[in-house]
Write a protein that binds this ligand. Sequence first.
Ligand SMILES: Cc1cc2nc3c(=O)[nH]c(=O)nc-3n(C[C@H](O)[C@H](O)[C@H](O)COP(=O)(O)OP(=O)(O)OC[C@H]3O[C@@H](n4cnc5c(N)ncnc54)[C@H](O)[C@@H]3O)c2cc1C
Length: 499
Amino acid sequence: MSTGDAPVVVLGGSISGLATALFLSRRGVPVHVVEQDAGLVGAPAGGEPGEEERRAPRSVTPQAAQSHAFVALARQVLLAEAPDVFGALLAAGVEPIQLAERLPPAVDDRSTRPDDDELVVLGSRRTTFESVLRRSALEAEITFEAGAKASGLVVDATGARPRVVGVGLEDGRRLDASLVVDTCGRRTPVPGWLGLVDDVEVDDTSSSCGISYHTRFFQLRPGATGGHLNRGYTAGSSFDRYSCLVFPGDLGAFSVTFGTLPEDRELRNLTTPEAFTAAVLSIPLLAAWVEGDRSLPTSDVRSMTGMDNRVRRVRSAGRPGLPGLVSVGDAAATSNPAHTRGTSLALHHARLLAEAVDRHGLLGADLAEAMAQVVQDELVPWVADSAEQDAARLSRWRPEGDAEPVDFGAPALGADRVANGEAYVAAQADRDVWQRFTRLQNLLEKPIGALDDPALVGDVRRVQAAGRSLPAAPAPDHDELVEVVARHRRERRTVAAPS
Ligand SMILES: Cc1cc2nc3c(=O)[nH]c(=O)nc-3n(C[C@H](O)[C@H](O)[C@H](O)COP(=O)(O)OP(=O)(O)OC[C@H]3O[C@@H](n4cnc5c(N)ncnc54)[C@H](O)[C@@H]3O)c2cc1C
């Protein structure tokens, strides 16, 4: 069966789908995007501050209404593949946050370094980022079908190795495809469909992140500025069995996210708007963002749980990959959102697919194998690092828990290495460590080769030996925060109760 004249069919029109479609179409590849959500295509960019946050969250992608930061790798990919999109983001009010201008106060060496200008995070609401990307994709030579749900794959099983040759839609239609790209996100149905195909295996490895997110958006009043970003592109910290971070966005919007243990019933009342704001005010590091009339809330509190570190690998006829199918972004791998990596890795993954198509074409089995290797080399190390950081946090937050570490099959770091958290702490006091750690945090270097680099290991150990540790950030402990939350929930009930 020949599918050589058929387009690439991209399932999903969110960050990964849009980037994949854009990067391929700019190489002259015909692309057709199938997105189940009818409201997504054609949505205007930006809009009034707060407008996007008031909309109901998307059912398949509820994280679109959660805090996002776009680390330096995202900017790097856009500048290489679609500089016009980068320009459009700036024009839409997205803030480039120059990290080297925000060195930690205890770092003595404040000289400039040659790679400082790569260390730029984009402060943007996820909704703004995605709608700018969508507008560029809509202007490109890409066909879109919104409100169409993919319901299965068409597989040619007549050859020595099965091959995906098209997609079935819920309305009964069938689309031929030279290549199907699964960008259906963290809950992609595609692995379930593959389970029904002879000679195809899906390996799905995951560990729970052990965190729930509770997020509210705010808008700075005209002329007002936000508080200090003590973590470079966010403000906040991990405290006693909870974390709280502020994410600056575009056009004066910002969001505040509490991370709690999923089983923590006592902090569930954070979802009450008054209790949420009172909880932020109780943390001195963050109070400045919401106190007085500096900012106004623009959304309810939205919670999300059930997040995993996950890698999905497909094999067919005993070999990596399945010809005719590639997964990009969350459909292939996810990591703890608190590490702010998903969208940047999705853009990077889309770029690597476009480059692999340049090298291998669309139809050969080589493409599937090359992209299986991309997952192994470019995504798995981050998933394993995220799981390792989660295990370190959970050993503090849930000391009685003793979860077995999950083996994601990442390449092993050298025996003499530091943990990501150790590098973070030392980075607050030493410029060399800060530079390396910031490159790592921004996905410009991988854990292997950085966390086990003898130079970095030596610098971190030197800082530790000098007794430099993280200055404590004053904040309520867990039980005090529960009290704050309960008090404000009670106050609200009292006010609301009829006399
Ligand atoms: C709480 C939270 C906070 C996060 N914060 C950050 C952050 O700060 N920084 C960061 O970089 N990343 C962050 N991430 C990760 C980031 O949101 C994801 O990596 C990103 O959404 C992945 O995009 P995607 O296109 O792969 O998937 P998604 O955005 O999930 O999109 C999947 C798309 O596929 C469509 N679809 C699904 N099934 C079908 C079907 N059968 N037919 C047709 N269409 C279909 C859906 O409607 C959807 O539009 C966060 C994630 C979470 C959960």
